[in-house]
Write a protein that binds this ligand. Structure first.
Ligand code: SF4
Length: 318
Protein backbone atom coordinates (compact mmCIF):
# COMPACT_ATOMS: atom_id res chain seq x y z
CA UNK A 1 0.00 0.00 0.00
CA UNK A 2 1.06 3.54 -0.65
CA UNK A 3 1.71 4.57 2.96
CA UNK A 4 4.36 1.86 3.46
CA UNK A 5 5.81 2.57 0.04
CA UNK A 6 6.19 6.27 0.81
CA UNK A 7 7.75 5.59 4.18
CA UNK A 8 10.26 3.23 2.64
CA UNK A 9 11.03 5.54 -0.26
CA UNK A 10 11.34 8.83 1.62
CA UNK A 11 12.38 7.50 5.03
CA UNK A 12 9.42 9.15 6.73
CA UNK A 13 5.67 9.38 6.53
CA UNK A 14 4.70 11.68 3.68
CA UNK A 15 1.45 13.64 3.57
CA UNK A 16 -0.51 14.91 0.59
CA UNK A 17 -1.23 18.59 0.09
CA UNK A 18 -4.17 19.08 -2.30
CA UNK A 19 -3.33 22.12 -4.43
CA UNK A 20 -4.77 23.90 -7.46
CA UNK A 21 -2.86 24.63 -10.66
CA UNK A 22 -5.61 26.84 -12.06
CA UNK A 23 -5.88 24.64 -15.17
CA UNK A 24 -9.31 23.83 -16.57
CA UNK A 25 -10.22 20.74 -18.61
CA UNK A 26 -10.56 20.35 -22.40
CA UNK A 27 -13.46 18.00 -21.81
CA UNK A 28 -15.32 20.81 -20.10
CA UNK A 29 -14.35 23.94 -22.02
CA UNK A 30 -15.42 22.70 -25.45
CA UNK A 31 -12.05 21.72 -26.98
CA UNK A 32 -12.90 18.03 -26.62
CA UNK A 33 -16.33 18.23 -25.05
CA UNK A 34 -18.70 20.27 -22.94
CA UNK A 35 -19.88 19.21 -19.50
CA UNK A 36 -17.01 16.79 -18.88
CA UNK A 37 -16.97 13.09 -18.09
CA UNK A 38 -20.42 12.08 -16.87
CA UNK A 39 -19.24 11.28 -13.32
CA UNK A 40 -17.20 14.46 -12.87
CA UNK A 41 -18.44 17.09 -10.45
CA UNK A 42 -18.12 20.87 -10.76
CA UNK A 43 -14.89 20.65 -8.76
CA UNK A 44 -13.26 18.65 -11.58
CA UNK A 45 -13.03 15.43 -9.53
CA UNK A 46 -10.96 17.06 -6.81
CA UNK A 47 -13.19 18.68 -4.24
CA UNK A 48 -10.56 19.03 -1.54
CA UNK A 49 -8.04 21.22 -3.34
CA UNK A 50 -6.96 24.58 -1.98
CA UNK A 51 -8.36 27.68 -3.73
CA UNK A 52 -6.18 28.95 -6.62
CA UNK A 53 -4.04 31.35 -4.58
CA UNK A 54 -0.28 31.89 -4.94
CA UNK A 55 1.47 28.58 -4.23
CA UNK A 56 2.97 29.79 -0.96
CA UNK A 57 -0.53 30.56 0.39
CA UNK A 58 -2.03 27.34 -0.93
CA UNK A 59 0.68 25.33 0.79
CA UNK A 60 0.24 27.24 4.04
CA UNK A 61 -3.53 26.60 4.04
CA UNK A 62 -3.20 22.95 3.00
CA UNK A 63 -0.53 22.38 5.67
CA UNK A 64 -2.78 23.84 8.32
CA UNK A 65 -5.36 21.13 7.55
CA UNK A 66 -2.87 18.29 7.19
CA UNK A 67 -0.57 19.25 10.08
CA UNK A 68 -3.44 18.86 12.53
CA UNK A 69 -3.12 15.09 11.94
CA UNK A 70 0.69 14.91 12.20
CA UNK A 71 2.12 13.88 15.58
CA UNK A 72 3.63 16.87 17.41
CA UNK A 73 6.88 14.93 17.94
CA UNK A 74 7.67 15.53 14.24
CA UNK A 75 8.94 19.13 14.11
CA UNK A 76 7.40 21.28 11.34
CA UNK A 77 10.68 21.54 9.43
CA UNK A 78 11.02 17.74 9.29
CA UNK A 79 7.57 17.15 7.78
CA UNK A 80 7.45 16.04 4.16
CA UNK A 81 4.62 16.38 1.65
CA UNK A 82 3.50 15.52 -1.85
CA UNK A 83 2.36 18.55 -3.83
CA UNK A 84 -0.80 17.04 -5.26
CA UNK A 85 -2.56 18.70 -8.17
CA UNK A 86 -5.64 16.55 -8.63
CA UNK A 87 -8.63 18.53 -9.82
CA UNK A 88 -9.23 19.22 -13.51
CA UNK A 89 -6.45 18.61 -16.08
CA UNK A 90 -3.20 19.84 -14.67
CA UNK A 91 -1.17 19.83 -17.88
CA UNK A 92 -3.81 21.54 -19.99
CA UNK A 93 -2.56 24.90 -21.26
CA UNK A 94 -4.08 26.89 -24.10
CA UNK A 95 -1.43 29.57 -24.63
CA UNK A 96 2.30 30.04 -24.31
CA UNK A 97 1.68 32.36 -21.35
CA UNK A 98 -0.28 29.62 -19.56
CA UNK A 99 2.48 27.11 -20.27
CA UNK A 100 5.13 29.41 -18.79
CA UNK A 101 2.96 30.07 -15.74
CA UNK A 102 2.42 26.34 -15.18
CA UNK A 103 6.12 25.57 -15.46
CA UNK A 104 6.90 28.27 -12.96
CA UNK A 105 4.25 26.97 -10.52
CA UNK A 106 5.53 23.40 -10.62
CA UNK A 107 9.16 24.50 -10.49
CA UNK A 108 8.41 26.52 -7.38
CA UNK A 109 6.71 23.45 -5.87
CA UNK A 110 9.58 21.01 -6.48
CA UNK A 111 12.17 23.47 -5.20
CA UNK A 112 10.53 23.76 -1.80
CA UNK A 113 12.39 21.70 0.80
CA UNK A 114 9.23 20.30 2.41
CA UNK A 115 7.99 18.90 -0.93
CA UNK A 116 9.18 15.33 -1.48
CA UNK A 117 7.39 14.69 -4.78
CA UNK A 118 5.06 16.26 -7.28
CA UNK A 119 1.85 14.47 -8.26
CA UNK A 120 -0.07 15.74 -11.26
CA UNK A 121 -3.49 14.48 -12.33
CA UNK A 122 -4.18 14.85 -16.03
CA UNK A 123 -5.61 13.39 -19.21
CA UNK A 124 -3.45 11.26 -21.54
CA UNK A 125 -4.33 13.56 -24.44
CA UNK A 126 -2.82 16.58 -22.69
CA UNK A 127 0.84 15.61 -22.81
CA UNK A 128 2.35 17.39 -25.86
CA UNK A 129 6.17 17.51 -26.29
CA UNK A 130 6.59 20.85 -24.50
CA UNK A 131 4.72 19.51 -21.46
CA UNK A 132 6.81 16.33 -21.52
CA UNK A 133 9.94 18.55 -21.59
CA UNK A 134 8.65 20.40 -18.54
CA UNK A 135 7.96 17.14 -16.69
CA UNK A 136 11.43 15.83 -17.59
CA UNK A 137 13.01 18.98 -16.13
CA UNK A 138 10.92 18.80 -12.95
CA UNK A 139 11.81 15.14 -12.58
CA UNK A 140 15.48 16.14 -12.31
CA UNK A 141 14.67 18.02 -9.11
CA UNK A 142 12.10 15.76 -7.38
CA UNK A 143 10.17 12.61 -8.31
CA UNK A 144 7.23 13.39 -10.57
CA UNK A 145 4.11 11.24 -10.68
CA UNK A 146 1.53 11.65 -13.39
CA UNK A 147 -1.94 10.33 -12.64
CA UNK A 148 -3.94 9.33 -15.71
CA UNK A 149 -7.70 8.91 -15.52
CA UNK A 150 -8.25 5.79 -17.59
CA UNK A 151 -11.34 4.55 -15.71
CA UNK A 152 -11.99 1.68 -18.15
CA UNK A 153 -10.42 -0.07 -21.14
CA UNK A 154 -13.79 -0.64 -22.78
CA UNK A 155 -14.46 1.81 -25.60
CA UNK A 156 -18.25 1.47 -25.26
CA UNK A 157 -18.08 2.55 -21.61
CA UNK A 158 -15.54 5.26 -22.43
CA UNK A 159 -18.01 6.66 -24.98
CA UNK A 160 -20.90 6.39 -22.54
CA UNK A 161 -19.02 8.33 -19.83
CA UNK A 162 -17.77 10.83 -22.46
CA UNK A 163 -14.13 10.27 -21.58
CA UNK A 164 -13.12 11.77 -24.90
CA UNK A 165 -10.03 9.75 -25.84
CA UNK A 166 -9.36 6.21 -27.02
CA UNK A 167 -7.18 3.50 -25.52
CA UNK A 168 -4.22 3.99 -27.92
CA UNK A 169 -3.98 7.59 -26.65
CA UNK A 170 -3.54 6.25 -23.13
CA UNK A 171 -0.93 3.76 -24.30
CA UNK A 172 1.04 6.50 -26.06
CA UNK A 173 0.91 8.67 -22.94
CA UNK A 174 2.27 5.83 -20.80
CA UNK A 175 5.05 5.24 -23.31
CA UNK A 176 5.96 8.94 -23.47
CA UNK A 177 5.99 9.29 -19.69
CA UNK A 178 8.11 6.19 -19.19
CA UNK A 179 10.59 7.46 -21.75
CA UNK A 180 11.29 10.49 -19.57
CA UNK A 181 11.32 8.46 -16.37
CA UNK A 182 8.12 9.85 -14.89
CA UNK A 183 6.08 7.53 -12.70
CA UNK A 184 2.60 6.64 -13.90
CA UNK A 185 -0.40 6.13 -11.66
CA UNK A 186 -3.64 4.99 -13.28
CA UNK A 187 -7.18 5.68 -12.06
CA UNK A 188 -9.81 3.01 -12.56
CA UNK A 189 -13.49 3.40 -11.69
CA UNK A 190 -15.36 0.22 -10.78
CA UNK A 191 -19.13 0.11 -11.26
CA UNK A 192 -19.53 2.36 -14.29
CA UNK A 193 -23.07 2.01 -15.72
CA UNK A 194 -23.46 -0.94 -18.06
CA UNK A 195 -20.17 -2.66 -17.16
CA UNK A 196 -20.21 -6.24 -15.93
CA UNK A 197 -17.97 -7.47 -13.14
CA UNK A 198 -15.90 -9.36 -15.71
CA UNK A 199 -15.44 -6.21 -17.78
CA UNK A 200 -14.17 -4.36 -14.71
CA UNK A 201 -11.69 -7.16 -14.08
CA UNK A 202 -10.63 -6.96 -17.72
CA UNK A 203 -9.55 -3.35 -17.19
CA UNK A 204 -7.37 -4.36 -14.26
CA UNK A 205 -6.07 -7.40 -16.13
CA UNK A 206 -5.10 -5.16 -19.06
CA UNK A 207 -3.08 -2.88 -16.77
CA UNK A 208 -1.39 -5.85 -15.11
CA UNK A 209 -0.43 -7.26 -18.50
CA UNK A 210 0.81 -3.93 -19.81
CA UNK A 211 2.94 -3.61 -16.72
CA UNK A 212 4.40 -7.11 -16.70
CA UNK A 213 5.10 -7.04 -20.41
CA UNK A 214 7.03 -3.82 -20.10
CA UNK A 215 8.92 -4.69 -16.97
CA UNK A 216 10.07 -8.15 -17.90
CA UNK A 217 10.01 -8.66 -21.63
CA UNK A 218 11.82 -7.56 -24.73
CA UNK A 219 8.75 -8.31 -26.81
CA UNK A 220 6.85 -5.11 -26.38
CA UNK A 221 3.06 -5.14 -26.48
CA UNK A 222 1.10 -3.19 -29.04
CA UNK A 223 1.77 -0.04 -27.07
CA UNK A 224 5.50 -0.42 -27.89
CA UNK A 225 6.56 0.65 -24.45
CA UNK A 226 10.30 0.75 -23.79
CA UNK A 227 10.94 -2.96 -23.18
CA UNK A 228 12.59 -4.13 -19.99
CA UNK A 229 13.07 -0.54 -18.91
CA UNK A 230 11.10 -0.76 -15.69
CA UNK A 231 7.49 -0.69 -14.64
CA UNK A 232 4.84 0.59 -17.04
CA UNK A 233 2.33 1.23 -14.33
CA UNK A 234 3.90 2.35 -11.08
CA UNK A 235 0.69 2.78 -9.14
CA UNK A 236 -3.04 2.28 -9.35
CA UNK A 237 -6.07 3.91 -7.80
CA UNK A 238 -9.21 1.80 -7.68
CA UNK A 239 -12.47 3.38 -6.65
CA UNK A 240 -16.18 2.74 -6.85
CA UNK A 241 -18.28 5.00 -9.02
CA UNK A 242 -19.41 7.87 -6.85
CA UNK A 243 -22.79 9.04 -8.09
CA UNK A 244 -22.86 12.73 -7.29
CA UNK A 245 -25.56 15.37 -7.41
CA UNK A 246 -25.14 17.82 -10.27
CA UNK A 247 -23.35 15.35 -12.57
CA UNK A 248 -24.83 13.72 -15.70
CA UNK A 249 -24.47 10.30 -14.11
CA UNK A 250 -26.29 11.60 -11.04
CA UNK A 251 -29.18 12.83 -13.23
CA UNK A 252 -29.20 9.50 -15.07
CA UNK A 253 -29.39 7.61 -11.77
CA UNK A 254 -32.15 9.78 -10.34
CA UNK A 255 -34.29 9.37 -13.47
CA UNK A 256 -33.63 5.68 -13.99
CA UNK A 257 -31.61 4.06 -11.18
CA UNK A 258 -29.11 1.48 -12.37
CA UNK A 259 -27.63 -1.27 -10.16
CA UNK A 260 -24.99 -0.15 -7.68
CA UNK A 261 -22.70 -2.60 -5.91
CA UNK A 262 -23.21 -3.40 -2.25
CA UNK A 263 -20.24 -2.81 0.02
CA UNK A 264 -19.60 -6.56 0.30
CA UNK A 265 -19.73 -7.02 -3.47
CA UNK A 266 -17.38 -4.08 -3.95
CA UNK A 267 -14.86 -5.42 -1.43
CA UNK A 268 -14.97 -8.87 -3.05
CA UNK A 269 -14.31 -7.23 -6.42
CA UNK A 270 -11.35 -5.34 -4.95
CA UNK A 271 -9.97 -8.62 -3.63
CA UNK A 272 -10.17 -10.11 -7.14
CA UNK A 273 -8.57 -7.00 -8.65
CA UNK A 274 -5.66 -7.18 -6.19
CA UNK A 275 -5.16 -10.85 -7.07
CA UNK A 276 -4.61 -9.81 -10.69
CA UNK A 277 -2.09 -7.06 -9.99
CA UNK A 278 1.65 -7.67 -9.81
CA UNK A 279 3.11 -6.98 -6.39
CA UNK A 280 5.30 -4.12 -7.56
CA UNK A 281 2.37 -1.94 -8.58
CA UNK A 282 1.77 0.39 -5.64
CA UNK A 283 -1.86 0.52 -4.51
CA UNK A 284 -2.71 4.15 -3.91
CA UNK A 285 -6.41 3.81 -3.28
CA UNK A 286 -9.05 1.13 -2.88
CA UNK A 287 -12.14 3.27 -2.40
CA UNK A 288 -13.31 6.74 -3.30
CA UNK A 289 -14.35 9.34 -0.77
CA UNK A 290 -16.04 12.15 -2.64
CA UNK A 291 -17.94 15.03 -1.08
CA UNK A 292 -20.67 13.64 1.21
CA UNK A 293 -22.88 16.65 0.55
CA UNK A 294 -23.16 15.64 -3.12
CA UNK A 295 -23.32 11.88 -2.72
CA UNK A 296 -26.42 10.12 -4.10
CA UNK A 297 -25.09 6.55 -4.18
CA UNK A 298 -23.63 4.27 -2.98
CA UNK A 299 -24.46 5.60 0.47
CA UNK A 300 -22.17 3.09 2.17
CA UNK A 301 -19.21 5.04 0.79
CA UNK A 302 -19.98 7.89 3.19
CA UNK A 303 -19.19 5.65 6.17
CA UNK A 304 -15.42 5.44 5.88
CA UNK A 305 -14.96 3.38 9.03
CA UNK A 306 -17.44 0.74 7.89
CA UNK A 307 -15.85 0.63 4.44
CA UNK A 308 -12.36 0.12 5.89
CA UNK A 309 -13.53 -2.54 8.34
CA UNK A 310 -15.42 -4.46 5.67
CA UNK A 311 -12.51 -4.18 3.28
CA UNK A 312 -10.12 -5.53 5.93
CA UNK A 313 -12.45 -8.42 6.73
CA UNK A 314 -12.97 -9.41 3.09
CA UNK A 315 -9.30 -9.09 2.18
CA UNK A 316 -8.25 -11.14 5.21
CA UNK A 317 -10.66 -13.98 4.60
CA UNK A 318 -8.94 -15.23 1.50
S1 SF4 B 1 -11.02 14.71 -17.68
FE1 SF4 B 1 -11.05 14.87 -15.44
S2 SF4 B 1 -11.55 17.00 -14.95
FE2 SF4 B 1 -12.04 16.63 -17.13
S3 SF4 B 1 -14.20 16.15 -17.13
FE3 SF4 B 1 -13.09 14.19 -17.06
S4 SF4 B 1 -12.85 13.72 -14.87
FE4 SF4 B 1 -13.46 15.87 -15.04
Amino acid sequence: MVSEYLKERFGTKVYKLSLSSGCTCPNRDGLIGMGGCTFCSEGGSGEFAAPPLPLEDQIRLARKRVDAKIPARIPPDERRYIAYFQSFTNTYVRTEAERIKLRSLYTEAVRRPEIAALSIGTRPDCLPPEILDMLADLQKVKPVWVELGLQTVHEKTAAAIRRGYSLPVFEKAVRDLKEIGVEVIVHVILGLPGETREEMLETVRYLAELHVHTAHSNNTPSAELPAGSGRAIDGIKLQQLQILRGTPVGEQYLQDPFPVMTLDAYCALIRDCLDLLPEDIVIHRLTGDGPKSLLIAPLWSADKKRVLNTMKRVLNTT
